[in-house]
Design a protein around this ligand. Structure first.
Ligand code: ADP
Ligand code: MG
Length: 577
């Protein structure tokens, strides 16, 4: 094929793919522009996961009418003129790519009025094609309206997730900025409903509560400047970390800003978590909003198309600064905020583990511990945790409830219900991420009568129940008919367990999403119960499965699965040393 230059339309669409990956990227860019314009109030409204509509209004500096057509051209910016200026950058934007990229893949309207102008100019760009410039009445500031995002790039639309998930990504971005910019009043509406708002009072706690909800108000610990001895020169850390009682089962509650820009950085997240060492149950993660400020020359912001990642000249110094600040804040907090740790940390395994494939979990024998690493590593899978469980030798059962086992580091007591719940929960997650759900059809449909609140819980959860393997539908008179159940529901009274699951969900459930709550509840009410006698092989199989779990130390509800008494503890207790 002959070498040809691409048309400008094609170039625009390709470039847009880099900057606007999904609706949340559009919202982030527009919000950053509003903040760069010095806005004190920003309103964000989205519809249809951001695909139908995104509208961001600010009361910032506005764009002069004659500059408006330029703002939607590639590489047009008011923020940077020479490459060297990148080292002194004080704005969030600098590439001049956001507006043209958004314009290439949506129906875009920008209405903007600098305070000194009498009217606003309005520019309409239809999928890359600029329409006439008009004049309209509007208050000072800028409103950018984005409709039908990606309508002209069907491939991009296909890669989007469910609209509710896209809305959740947008929510995350807006909440992060709302909490990080307490002096800016930020309002967020989804499908016509106000989701949250901050008051713009400049109060950090008020912004945290506005953005992340009332529970944060009870549990944030301010990061204070460190003493000279502990401080890391040239890196400033501000913001807050959550008390150890405020946890999540994922790391999305860890929000980092570097020189005012929201970034993702695993090393920083791990460093911060280290400060909580042994204060949190395994599998739980803290919540924090951390501002890192350092010389712009010490960080490269130009390494990622959406500016979501940065490169530090000295990443370890930044990590150290964050960890020390968090550690100091936690140490200052009074002792009763900190839960007592009742058992020894299990020594970290050499390799991080991942969630085993369901088949591997079933088929591998006691000694086949050849870490099943060919995992469905989709975003819903449990993050691998460095602290694994050593190989354990099962000795017996106490009270029909706890399994006693021995390992290289002493004695372990395992709660059989919590352990089995953890195993089944991860199995469900692995199946969900692998899109292959193991279900077991029933020979005859099972009709189950439900109490009214159980029926309400069923109606709310029917999609999630189907996703994890139930075939279940409404039946006459407040009953449901079950035609298939997840394969993990073996040898149990299905009607009883289904009622228990719905009962828990009716009470509110526990989890990061409703799907998560349904998965946790199903795992809990399907697993072996306390008081159930187990044979030695059954116990061995359970412990082997727990060893292979990504997060073996807590069940889905966050209760511990095991207690550990070290060899040294035993010796001390028996006065051998
Ligand atoms: P960048 O932010 O990298 O400069 P953008 O494409 O996001 O590039 O915006 C281009 C230019 O349009 C900005 O440099 C700024 O001058 C102007 N602009 C965009 N949004 C706003 C806004 N909300 N208020 C004032 N000016 C804006
Ligand atoms: Mg910008």
């Amino acid at each position: 094929m002959a070498v040809r230059l691409l048309t400008s339309d094609t170039i625009g669409k390709i470039a847009a793919g880099e900057v606007v990956e999904r609706p949340a990227s559009v919202v982030k860019e527009l919000l950053e522009n509003a903040l760069d314009a010095g806005a004190t109030k920003v309103s964000i409204a989205v519809r249809g996961g951001g695909c139908d509509l995104i509208e961001v209004s600010d009361d910032g500096s506005g764009i002069a009418a004659e500059e408006l057509p330029l703002a939607v051209q590639r590489h047009a910016t008011s923020k940077l003129s020479r490459f060297e200026d990148l080292d002194r950058l004080a704005t969030l934007g600098f590439r001049g790519e956001a507006l043209p990229s958004i314009a290439a893949v949506s129906a875009l309207t920008i209405r903007s009025r600098p305070a000194e102008s009498r009217a606003a100019a309005e520019l309409v760009v239809d999928f890359g094609e600029a329409k006439a410039l008009g004049r309209v009445a509007a208050p000072p500031g800028t409103t950018v309206t984005v409709r039908d995002l990606f309508a002209n790039v069907p491939a991009r639309r296909k890669f989007l997730r469910q609209l509710s998930t896209e809305a959740a990504y947008i929510h995350r971005a807006v909440a992060a900025y709302a909490a990080a910019y307490p002096s800016v009043q930020i309002d967020f509406m989804v499908d016509g409903r106000r989701v949250f708002g901050t008051d713009g009072s400049g109060d950090v706690l008020a912004a945290a509560v506005g953005a992340f909800g009332a529970e944060t108000g009870q549990a944030v610990l301010a990061l204070a400047p460190l003493e000279a001895s502990a401080a890391v020169p040239s890196v400033e850390v501000e913001g807050w970390v959550g008390a150890p009682s405020l946890t999540r089962s994922h790391r999305q509650g860890l929000v980092f800003f570097v020189n005012g820009r929201w970034i993702q950085n695993r090393a920083l997240a791990f460093a911060l978590e280290e400060a909580y060492h042994s204060l949190l149950l395994v599998g739980r993660h803290p919540v924090a909003l951390v501002h890192v400020r350092l010389d712009p020359a010490a960080v490269d912001v130009n390494v990622h198309p959406t500016k979501a990642e940065v490169k530090f000249v000295d990443e370890r110094a930044v990590c150290r600064a964050v960890q020390r600040a968090a550690h100091a804040a936690l140490a200052r907090a009074s002792q009763d905020v900190l839960p007592r740790i009742r058992f020894e940390p299990v020594p970290p395994a050499s390799e991080p583990r991942s969630v085993p494939l369901p088949a591997a979990a079933r088929d591998e024998g006691r000694n086949g511990r050849a870490e099943s690493d060919e995992t469905g590593t989709e975003e819903r899978s449990v993050p691998a945790h460095p602290s694994g469980v050593p190989i354990l030798r099962v000795l017996g059962q106490v009270g029909g409830t706890y399994i006693i086992a021995e390992g290289p580091e002493g004695m372990y007591l395992i709660d059989q219900h919590a352990a089995h719940e953890r195993v089944l929960y991860e199995k469900i997650l692995a199946e969900l991420s692998g899109q292959a759900v193991d279900r077991q059809p029933l020979l005859d449909p099972l009709v189950i009568d439900l109490a009214p609140e159980e029926l309400t819980a069923f109606e709310r959860s029917v999609d999630e129940l189907r996703r994890i393997g139930f075939e279940i539908e409404p039946f006459a008179d407040g009953a449901v008919a079950v035609r298939a159940v997840p394969a993990i529901m073996r040898n149990v009274d299905i009607a009883e367990r289904v009622r228990l699951i719905l009962h828990e969900l009716a009470e509110g459930g526990v989890g990061d999403s409703w799907l998560d709550a349904v998965a946790i509840s199903t795992a809990c009410h399907t697993s072996i119960r306390a008081g159930q006698a187990l044979s030695l092989p059954e116990m061995r199989e359970l412990v082997a499965q727990l060893e292979r779990s990504a997060q073996p130390r807590a069940c889905g509800h966050g209760r511990p699965t095991m207690l550990h008494m070290t060899q040294a503890d035993l010796e001390r207790q028996f006065s051998r040393r």
